[in-house]
Design a protein around this ligand. Structure first.
Ligand SMILES: *[C@@H]1O[C@H](CO)[C@@H](O)[C@H](O)[C@H]1NC(C)=O
Length: 644
C-alpha cells in the first residue's frame, strides 16, 4: 500500500509548481544571421485542411503536396527540391520543398509576379474550388518559422498565431482563390547589419486583375481593390501569382519567436478539468486507503488470530469453520495465484502496454522539460519512435516476468509474439489506411522508403532488444507466490451486479478517461487540423492523474471481486483498466459528429481507422497500468496473510 500513499505527494508538489501553465522550451535550432540584402529562404510545405472559421468544422482528412499539378503554384527554376527532414516529420506529413520566392533581408518589394501566368483547366478549377470550400491552408516556412495568420482568442484576450494561411475564401457561395500574398516579416537586429527572422505573417488576397507587367524583373500590377479571382469551372482561367514583401523591425528576440504560436487554448478549462480529476483522485485514494487499509488490516489481524487459535487449539476444526463461514478475499488464497486462461496473450499485451507506457511517459517528460521544441520539426514524433524502439527491452522483460509468474511454458511463442503481435497489427492497419491516402493522391501518404525505414528500425533494433529483455526476464528467478495454490480450483459463485465483466469495465474505465478527456480534445484538434499542440504541462499532470486513477479504481474493483470469491483477477484488472479505451473510442466518434464533416467516404474511413488504432494502443497502455497496480496489491495483501 506504500505505493499508493506515496504517489500523490510528488504529484501535488508538481501541481503547485509553475511549469504547468507556461509553455517553456529550449530553442531547437541555432539562429541564422542575415546581412541586409541576403536571400532569406522561403520553403513550402503541404496544403492541409483546417478548421473553418465559420462553423469550426474540419472537412477533409487529406493533405496535398504544394506542387500538386492541379494547384498550378509557381515552381522554382530547375524544379523544386526536397529539403531533408526527420523521420517523425515525414510520418506526420511534412513535405518541405524549395520555392521560387526570393526574399531579401530588409528590402521591401511591392507587387512582384512569381512566374508567368498559369492557366487553369476546368478540371483543375474544380479541384481547387473544392479545396477552397474544404478550407485548405497553405503552409510556408521562412527561416524555419511557419508563415502564420493572426487570430484573437476571446477567452484569454490575447492574439496568437496559427501556422498557415488560407488557400482561398468562400463568399456568397463563391470560392475565391487567393493569388496575391502580402508577406510581413519581422526581423530583429542582433548587431550592426546582423538580422534574424523572428516573425512571419502572410495576408493572402484574391485579385483578378493581377497581371505581370512588361518582361523584366517580374514586376506586376496587383489589381488592388479590383474584383476577386474566381476560377471558372467551364472555361480556362489565367492566374498570375503575385506577392509583396514588407520587412518590419521587431523587438522580439530569436529565443521567443515561437511564443505566439504556442498558445494555450482555454487555460481555464484545463485547470478546471485538472482540479476536477484531482478531486476525484483524492476521493479515490481516500476510499482505497480507508476501506482497504483499515478493513484489510482488521481482516488480516483477525485471520491471523484465528489461525493462531487454530494452531493452539488442538481441535482446530472450529476455527477453520469460522473462517470458512466468513466470506471474503481470504477464501480464495488457494486460487488467487492460479495462472489465468490464455496467459500467453495476457503477458504479450501487458508487455506491450508497459512499452507504450514508458514511451508515453518519457515523451511527455521530455516535452515538459522542453527538449521537444516545435521549432525542431517532427522532433516529437521522432523521439516517440526512438523511445518506443528502445523500450522494446522493457516490453520484453515485463512480458516474460509476467509469463513466468503465470508458469507459462510456451516460451518460444512469447519471445516471438511480444515484439511482433501488437506492432504487426498496428503496422498492417497503418499500411492499409496508407493505401487509401495514397489512392487519393494525398501527400499524407507515407512514402514506401519511409515505411521500409520504420520496418528496418523495428526489426534491427526493437525486436532484438525485446528478445534480450524477454531472455533476462526468463533467466531471472522468480519469488514463489506468497500463498500456495490448491490442486483443485475453487468453485466461483456467479457474479452479480457491477461485478460482472461488462459493468465492471464500464465503471472502472470512466474515471481514468475523465482524467484525460480535456487534453484528448486538444490533441485531436491538433492531429486533425493545423494547430500546434503545446500544452505538455497540462498533459503531464493529466498523465499523472491517469496513472493514479487507473491504479486506484482498478484495485478497488479487484478487491470487491476477490471479496466476492472470484479469483480471476488478472484479465479483469487488465480489461477493466483498459476499458477507458472504449470511452476514448466513443469520444472520437462524438468528436467526429461535432467537429468533422468529411465529404468523402475515404476521409471517414481514415478517421475511423486511426481512432481504432489509437484506442487499441490506449487499451494496452492503460490496461497494463491497472494490471501492475493489482499485481502489487494482490501480492501485498496475500503476502501479509499467515497461512499454515
Ligand atoms: C517596409 O515596410 C514596412 C511596412 O510597411 C515599414 O514599416 C518599413 O519601414 C519599410 N521598410 C523600408 C526600408 O522602407
Amino acid at each position: 500500500m506504500r505505493l499508493l500513499d506515496q504517489l500523490p505527494t510528488p504529484l501535488l508538489l508538481l501541481l503547485a509548481s509553475a511549469p504547468a501553465a507556461q509553455s517553456f522550451y529550449l530553442p531547437g535550432i541555432t539562429p541564422t544571421n542575415y546581412k541586409e540584402g541576403d536571400l532569406v529562404p522561403l520553403t513550402v510545405n503541404h496544403l492541409t485542411p483546417a478548421q473553418s472559421a465559420r462553423d469550426t468544422q474540419i472537412r477533409s482528412a487529406f493533405s496535398f503536396e504544394y506542387y500538386h499539378s492541379n494547384f498550378h503554384f509557381c515552381k522554382p527554376e530547375g524544379g523544386p527540391k526536397y529539403v531533408s527532414e526527420s523521420l517523425g516529420s515525414i510520418l506526420f506529413g511534412d513535405r518541405i520543398q524549395t520555392s521560387p520566392f526570393s526574399l531579401h533581408m530588409g528590402k521591401n518589394e511591392t507587387c512582384k509576379a512569381v512566374c508567368n501566368a498559369e492557366e487553369f483547366e476546368p478540371r483543375d478549377a474544380k479541384f481547387v474550388n473544392r479545396r477552397i470550400w474544404q478550407n485548405y491552408i497553405v503552409n510556408w516556412l521562412v527561416d524555419g518559422l511557419p508563415a502564420a495568420q493572426p487570430y484573437f482568442d476571446p477567452t484569454s484576450g490575447t492574439e496568437y498565431l496559427q501556422p498557415g494561411f488560407l488557400l482561398g475564401s468562400v463568399e456568397n457561395e463563391e470560392p475565391r482563390l487567393n493569388n496575391h500574398y502580402d508577406i510581413y516579416i519581422d526581423y530583429h537586429e542582433v548587431r550592426k547589419n546582423q538580422y534574424r527572422v523572428v516573425g512571419i505573417i502572410v495576408e493572402p488576397a484574391s485579385r483578378r486583375d493581377s497581371k505581370r507587367r512588361g518582361n523584366q524583373d517580374f514586376s506586376a500590377d496587383c489589381g488592388e481593390g479590383g474584383p476577386p479571382m474566381v476560377l471558372s469551372e467551364k472555361d480556362r482561367t489565367k492566374v498570375t501569382w503575385t506577392y509583396s514583401v514588407y520587412w518590419r523591425p521587431s523587438a522580439t528576440s530569436f529565443a521567443t519567436r515561437w511564443d505566439k504560436y504556442l498558445h494555450v487554448f482555454d487555460p481555464k478549462i484545463h485547470w478546471f478539468s485538472l482540479i476536477n480529476s484531482a478531486v476525484i483522485v483524492m476521493f479515490l485514494i481516500g476510499m482505497v486507503s480507508t476501506i482497504l487499509i483499515r478493513t484489510l488490516r482488521k481482516d488480516i489481524a483477525r485471520y491471523n488470530r484465528l489461525d493462531q487459535l487454530g494452531l493452539d487449539d488442538l481441535n482446530g476444526n472450529s476455527a477453520e469453520d469460522g473462517i470458512q463461514e466468513d466470506s471474503g478475499w481470504k477464501l480464495v488464497h488457494g486460487d488467487v495465484f492460479r495462472p489465468p486462461k490464455h496467459s500467453l496473450a495476457l503477458s504479450v499485451l501487458v508487455g506491450n502496454g508497459a512499452q507504450l507506457f514508458m514511451m508515453a511517459g518519457f515523451t511527455i517528460v521530455f516535452a515538459v522539460v522542453g527538449f521537444l521544441s516545435p521549432s525542431n520539426r517532427g522532433s516529437l514524433a521522432t523521439v516517440m519512435i526512438m523511445l518506443y524502439t528502445i523500450f522494446g527491452f522493457v516490453g520484453g522483460y515485463a512480458s516474460s516476468r509476467v509469463y513466468k509468474s503465470f508458469q507459462g511454458t510456451k516460451w518460444k511463442h512469447l519471445f516471438i509474439l511480444t515484439p511482433s503481435a501488437v506492432p504487426a497489427f498496428v503496422f498492417s492497419v497503418f499500411f492499409l489506411l496508407n493505401l487509401f491516402v495514397w489512392a487519393r493522391q494525398s501527400s499524407g501518404a507515407v512514402p514506401f522508403t519511409t515505411m521500409l525505414v520504420i520496418v528496418g528500425i523495428w526489426f534491427v533494433i526493437s525486436v532484438p532488444l525485446s528478445i534480450v529483455g524477454s531472455w533476462l526476464g526468463f533467466r531471472q528467478s522468480i519469488h514463489d507466490p506468497p500463498v500456495r495454490t490448491n490442486q483443485i480450483p475453487r468453485q466461483i459463485p456467479p457474479s452479480t451486479g457491477y461485478l460482472r465483466l461488462v459493468p465492471s469495465m464500464l465503471l472502472v474505465g470512466v474515471l481514468p478517461f475523465g482524467a484525460i478527456f480535456v487534453e484528448l480534445y486538444f490533441i485531436m484538434s491538433s492531429l486533425w487540423s493545423n494547430r500546434i499542440y503545446y500544452m505538455f504541462g497540462f498533459l503531464f499532470l493529466s498523465f499523472g492523474l491517469l496513472i493514479v486513477t487507473s491504479a486506484a479504481v482498478t484495485i478497488l474493483m479487484i478487491y470487491f471481486l476477490l471479496c466476492a470469491e472470484n479469483y480471476h483477477w488478472q484479465w479483469r484488472a487488465f480489461a477493466s483498466s483498459g476499458a477507458s479505451a472504449g470511452y476514448v473510442f466513443v469520444y472520437s466518434l462524438l468528436y467526429w459528429a461535432r467537429m468533422l464533416s468529411f465529404s468523402s467516404f475515404t476521409g471517414g474511413l481514415l478517421y475511423l481507422g486511426y481512432s481504432i488504432l489509437l484506442s487499441f494502443l490506449w487499451f494496452c497502455l492503460s490496461g497494463s497500468i491497472g494490471f501492475f497496480a493489482c499485481w502489487i496489491f494482490v501480492h501485498r495483501i496475500y503476502g501479509s496473510l499467515k497461512i499454515d
